[in-house]
Ligand binder design. Sequence first.
Ligand code: SF4
Length: 402
Amino acid sequence: MKNDKPTDKLLTSPTRRDVLKTGAAGGLVLAASLGVGPTTLEAASLQVPRRVLGKTGETVPILLMGGAMPLDQRFDPKLAEAYRYGVNYYDAADCYAGGTCETAVGAFHQRAKLRDKIWITSKSDEHDPAGFEKTFNESLVKLQTSYIDMYFLHMLRDPNKLSPELLKVLEKLKKEKKVKFFGFSCHHGNVPELLHKAAATPWVDAVMYRYNFRQYGNAELNKAMDAAHAAKVGLIAMKTQGSAVSFEEKRHEFEQSGKWNKYQAVLKAVWADERISAAVSAMDNLDKLHENVAAALDKTKLTQAESNEIWRYAAATRSLACDGCDHLCGPQVEAPVQIGPTLRYLMYHDVYGHADTAKELFRALPPEAREFRHVDFRAAMAACPNGVDIERHIKRAATVLA
Ligand code: SF4
């Protein structure tokens, strides 16, 4: 996919209002979503900048449209509005939104006749070669396309899954022109190990992983990112908000100073890292989309005061943020509970406002992983580097996600 839009024709400091002024197409995309309007989407005059995605050699917008949210199955206005600002990379997965993300992206590009103008990444939860190929072919059907730009192993944890057998399947799919690039996403605590593995695996084109302002001082992660970047593995940041459970009060404090709201500021902090090609964001309403686009369009750097505010916010909310490193706390519990995923689903519920998705994910855990009564979390809490009050949050998860 080549970008056929102007890449850097930007104002110095566009605000959300500027974005709306230059491209207010809400009526157009809404009409299209109702099936009564035009399907041709006009590009806005402001286009989000692009960066090269590692060894793919392709450019992608620095802001990517995340698909882990409910989407209109007929024609989603958010997908359309993103496209108008050059956010033409859609991040799907076979499991997102209860399996409906891929069908929504498929309906969108079919309706607007945009397949060759957009980049679609999708992912398989199946990590064994046969299951991977089966899911891939199902994704093709749901996405209504003959090819997928990039396909990921979703939530990779075991580096050995990047096996010669998987490579064989991938080579076959590439020969059939069904896929262009390959990579993986990782949500667990062994991101540095997986980034080193990606750096040493020539057929891994890109990795999507948790990266945000809370991790800038992490020497092990930085070393792994350097290795992957040097090997031209495209790096995509997710979970950029570094969201913390029950953080609203601190967020309001944060936003009283500086020009950016918290969501914009932490995105800008990620983009300041030139090893990162792009940040993915599930922009579940047009306001959030316009705010993120305005932040992406803005060329100014965060001021020292704004950066200091981010560090202060990180410190103030550290014990409310779970980094998913449950290889540290998990072994300390004598029960088959899953602390990292459970706290992540609680965050989806509390912070992202995706209550239904959070409940669905939680209920998909094995029954024994949802049984918290009589579990002693004291050793796990002592092992947590963030000082998370695991017991309190897990009990809350058991109540609100059950
Ligand atoms: S509770 Fe602490 S140790 Fe466990 S996954 Fe979260 S941050 Fe890591």
